[in-house]
Design a binder for this molecule. Structure first.
Ligand SMILES: C=C(OP(=O)(O)O)C(=O)O
Ligand SMILES: [Mg+2]
Length: 400
């Protein structure tokens, strides 16, 4: 019933107005699934390769589509193996990880459609966990996502004490609004960055004060614990030639960066720190995790790129205690599941994540519930972000 009879690909807009790939998968019994590839701006050096959308579509039509016809959409590994075989490289550089991930997600949705099950149920099965992820909401940001704003890429609200996913989602929106109030009181104008976070022209030090204040105000209103965290995207700050992290006119050595981040964890009781160090420095990651990993999550994004081999190296080195999962970094849902399983077996927390360039696709909300992820990072406001958050709220309604 889930045998694939057709795959069509088209170029659509992402949230930055760039071209991305959308895939439709049809099955013999009339099942239908649609998936669209997101796109990063602060991409990791070791990510699967995204090709220009038109090129990726042309290559996938030629090499992947003929191989997919006849494959069972309900057998996700068969679909993803067919994509890997059609590509023939380790990093999807032949057909593009953008077409691969769009097709992989569309096939999963087509299978769920045939089975009459919601996607999270199809992906997670009867024995999936019953937890809902804590949403990490980007409320202030800069780096590669906004010019003339903070050096740190993302300041993320983390409503860890929320009694329900819906209250958590609304708390993050309230923190986003409270940040606007605090900035206004300080006379700071702010546009928004690529993910909908405020992108004010202030120092990182002032951003900590602003977010801390906004979180305190909302915590007092809602009556449950809200902490905050960071995505430092430090590979973007690191200058290989100078062997230093560059913050405008200031630089920090790896040791100074470790000291700085450890100090921030304690001063602001940070719940989460993503990519605090360069993507090639497992050792520095391990040193920081050793120092503060008992009280915060040290998460590898550019460090691991959702890749089991890089995660194995990280586990061996003690480099972190959590991993960011972005299906398009690796190209298929099967590969993303493998990374989640390896992480879980080794006591690593998983954080399912959007990209800075997004579409209305809601797969990651289902993936987070299906895999029992502790966290989901998918912004706070903006249609392409609320698409995932609202889907999470619907799933929570549907699942209980
Ligand atoms: C979401 C992120 O940004 P991008 O998609 O630009 O890599 C990130 O770095 O975690
Ligand atoms: Mg990141």
């Amino acid at each position: 019933m889930t045998r694939i009879t057709g795959v069509s690909l088209r170029r659509v807009l992402d949230s930055r107005g760039n071209s991305t790939v959308e895939a439709d998968v049809l099955t013999e019994s009339g099942g239908f699934g649609r998936g669209a590839a997101p796109s990063g701006a602060s991409t990791g050096e070791y990510e699967a390769i995204e090709l220009p959308a038109s090129e990726s579509i042309a290559k996938a039509r030629e090499h992947a589509v003929p191989r997919l016809e006849g494959v069972y959409a309900g057998d996700q590994r068969a679909v993803d193996n067919a994509l890997r075989a059609a590509d023939g490289t380790d990093d999807f550089s032949a057909i593009g990880a953008n077409s691969a991930v769009a097709i992989s997600m569309a096939a999963a949705k087509a299978a769920a459609d045939v089975l009459g099950a919601p996607l999270y149920q199809h992906l997670g099965g009867a024995f999936r966990g019953e937890n809902f992820p804590v949403p990490l909401g980007n409320v202030v940001g800069g780096g590669e996502h906004a010019k003339e704003a903070t050096h740190i890429q993302e300041f993320l609200a983390a409503p860890v004490g929320a009694p329900s996913v819906s209250e958590a989602v609304f708390a993050n929106a309230a923190v986003h609004a409270a940040v606007a109030d605090v900035l206004d009181e300080r006379g700071v104008p702010a546009a928004k960055g690529d993910e909908g976070a405020w992108a004010p022209p202030i120092s990182d030090a002032e951003a900590f004060e602003v977010v801390d204040e906004a979180v305190d105000r909302v915590e007092a209103e809602v009556g449950f614990e809200i902490r905050f965290g960071l995505d430092m995207a430090a590979a973007e700050l690191y200058d290989d030639d100078r062997e230093a992290y560059v913050y405008g006119d200031e630089t920090k050595s790896a040791d100074e960066q470790i000291e700085y981040v450890a100090g921030l964890v304690d001063e602001y009781d940070l719940a989460y720190v993503e990519d605090p160090l360069d993507e090639n420095d497992y050792e520095a990651f391990a040193e920081l995790t050793d120092r503060v990993g008992d009280r915060t999550l040290i998460c590898g994004d550019d460090l691991f790129v959702t890749n089991v081999e890089r995660l194995e190296d990280g586990i061996e080195a003690g480099a972190a205690n959590s991993i960011l999962i972005k299906p398009n970094q690796i190209g298929t849902l099967s590969d993303a599941f493998d990374a989640v399983e390896l992480a879980a077996r080794n006591g690593y927390e998983t954080v399912i994540s959007h990209r800075s360039g997004e579409t209305e696709d809601t797969t990651i909300a289902h993936l987070a519930v299906a895999t029992d992820a502790g966290y989901i990072k998918t912004g706070t406001v903006g249609g392409e972000r609320t698409a995932k958050l609202n889907e999470l709220v619907r799933i929570a309604d549907d699942a209980v």
